[in-house]
Structures are given as structure tokens and as C-alpha cells.
Write a protein that binds this ligand. Sequence first.
Ligand code: GDP
Ligand code: MG
Length: 297
Amino acid sequence: LMGFVGFANLPNQVHRKSVRKGFQFTAMVVGESGLGKSTLINTLFNTTLYPPKVPIPPSAERPSTVAIESISADIEENGVRLRLTVVDTPGFGDFVNNDECWKPIVENIEARFDSYLEQENRVNRQKIVDNRVHACLYFIQPTGHSLKPIDIEFMRQLHTRVNLIPIIAKADTLTDEEVAEFKARVLSDIAHHKIQIFEAPTYENEDEEAVAEAKEIASKIPFAVVGSDRIVKTPDGREVRGRAYPWGVVEVDNEDHCDFVKLRQMLVRTYMEELREFTNDVLYENWRTEKLISMGV
Ligand code: GDP
Ligand code: MG
């Protein structure tokens, strides 16, 4: 696939370490229903992970997600395997009362910490399975206005437990100028409400190219994404993953059209190790300390 940025290209040292330990990476998608979360998961894996039992006609809608479910796939590149898991969550906002709709999601994240802690406490700690959520993609409706109270509440409930990565959903419904303005607005709302999002570090001692790549990725947050699992034909005859409109085609894998490529690059290459480290060293450690204190240990 054109533009695929693989984890097999990780810097050597990180690469060797990870190959030895085996890659396990878990991301979660969260946000209001209908924002394209399930579609983006398919786009990420580049396959249809929800194989329809009966063929759906092209116009049929994807069924909406009703329970928290996780989907895993082994991705292999140059002999290196990554077990990528994405946790899909039902959208919220469909109910009159959305009080505490964040609760089942926070509970799911904490249950994964619990399972890790339980394995750490075993006598035999050789085969710990790490199912902790390393990144949470939080989908924001492309309103062009400020964040909604429900988004602020949700992110505040999540940010101490998971690396939050804000995403502007369905970016194809905004113009380039609107995307730029909305990104600035979202970032200032996030800062104003003291929401901690994942900060992409840049290391000055790395080679110029790596520093430039890291800065480029950091500058795209919140990523404006377009998801699609359909192949469409561009006016100049290319077949691409995208969404077709009377005025043209928005291409998922074209960096001039949206930030999907940068988002995937962040997750499976540039920041995979940092996301895992921050989850283990800070988020999990803090949760563990709180838990032990609450148990009176
Ligand atoms: P979820 O409820 O967040 O999981 O949303 P779905 O993935 O089920 O998608 C809801 C609807 O939005 C479907 O009709 C999708 O085809 C459509 N959709 C998904 N991603 C995009 C996108 O990037 N742009 C646009 N315009 N529509 C999208
Ligand atoms: Mg869904």
C-alpha cells in the first residue's frame, strides 16, 4: 500500500528491544456515535474486520457498535510482527441522560490495569500479557465551534488513565481553513480545561530527519482524519481509499487531504515506544499507587 510507514523501520535500538519482547500495542477509540470510529479502525487495519455474514449492498450502513469490543490483527512487515489491538466502544450521546456515560470506558481501562497488576503479582512473571490501553483516540465532532461539555467531561475522566490523542472526525466535511481554525480552537479549549493530552516529545540528540519527523507529527495534533474502507476512482483515473463527492475525491492516504497517514505513523512507528512507556511508567504507576492506598496497603 502506498504511503505505508512500517514499524520495521523503527530506529535500530528500539527495534531490537521490541523484536525481542514482541510487539503488543493497544489503542482505543472513544467519542460520540456516528463520528466514524469503527470505520477508522477498518481503515487502520486496511481490511474489513467486520466481515458481513451476508453481503451488504454498497449503500448499506455499517451497523452501530453496541458493546465494547476489541479487534486484533497481526501485522507483519519484513519478518517483524506486531499484534495490534483496537478497542472499539459504543458511541454516546444517543441518550437523553448522558451522565456518567464515560464510566464503562474508564472501568474497562482500569480492568486492564487490574489484570496487569494481577499478573505482576504472580510467582511466574515470565509471560505477562500486556492488554493495557496505550493510546486513546478521542473523536471530536467537526462542528467548527468549541468543544462540547460532554467532551470536556469525558476527556477529564480519561486523561489520568490513558494517553489521550484528540482526533477531528470526518475532516472531509470542513474546508482546509475551517480545519486549521477548529484545531486551534480545540487546542485552546483543551489547555483552558487543563486536559492532559499526549505530548509528543522531540529529542534534540537524534538525527535531523527524526527530529523533523517528530515535529511534523506534533504539529498535526489534533489529527484531522477521514476514514473510508471503500476504493474510489479519482478524476485522473487512480483507484484510492477515499470518499467521493460531486466536486472531487477526498483521499485517505493523501497527506494534503487529511492527517490519517501521520496518525498511523505516530501510532505504529514514531511514538509507539513512548506511548507504551508513558502508560507503564506514569499512568499505570499512578493508578497502582492509588489502588494500593485505597486498599490500605
Ligand atoms: P461510529 O459510530 O463512530 O463507529 O461511526 P461509524 O464508523 O459507524 O460511521 C458512521 C457513518 O459515518 C457511516 O455512514 C460512515 O460511512 C460515515 N463515516 C465514517 N467515517 C467518515 C469520514 O471520515 N467522513 C465522512 N464524511 N463520513 C464518514
Ligand atoms: Mg462504531
